[in-house]
Design a binder for this molecule. Sequence first.
Ligand code: ZN
Length: 144
Amino acid sequence: MSGEPTSTEPYRKPRPVIGELNGPFWEALAEHRLEVQCCDDCGALRFPIGPVCPECLSDRSGWRELSGRGTVLSWVVFRRAYDPAFEEDVPYNVALVELEEDVRMFSNIVGVPLEEIEVDMEVEVVFDHVAPDLTLPRFRPRAA
Ligand code: ZN
């Protein structure tokens, strides 16, 4: 969980559009917290970020920090770059991680060879400072 930028190269990949609604998510990541929205009325956690609770339709919400621990539900390996910005990463994985709090998130598994990624692998979040103003949540295998 190093706070140092992973690369000294400028970040050239597509960036998230950060606005009022999702700003707290990205700000928390910069401070090494994985947070999702929590409905003020029914308490449901939600991700992806949205203006309205899918459970009770309330538009009142705050943010809740997650444990950062989860398991791999599924993953794929990209062996072609569909965007030139990802060419140097090929082959790379995209995984669907289910957090302990029943929140699902697409991310990448890091710190393990592609062929060792497996369903139900226990993972934990790492905070990847890809640019001075952008931190991405990725997941690595949890120490047993
Ligand atoms: Zn709700």
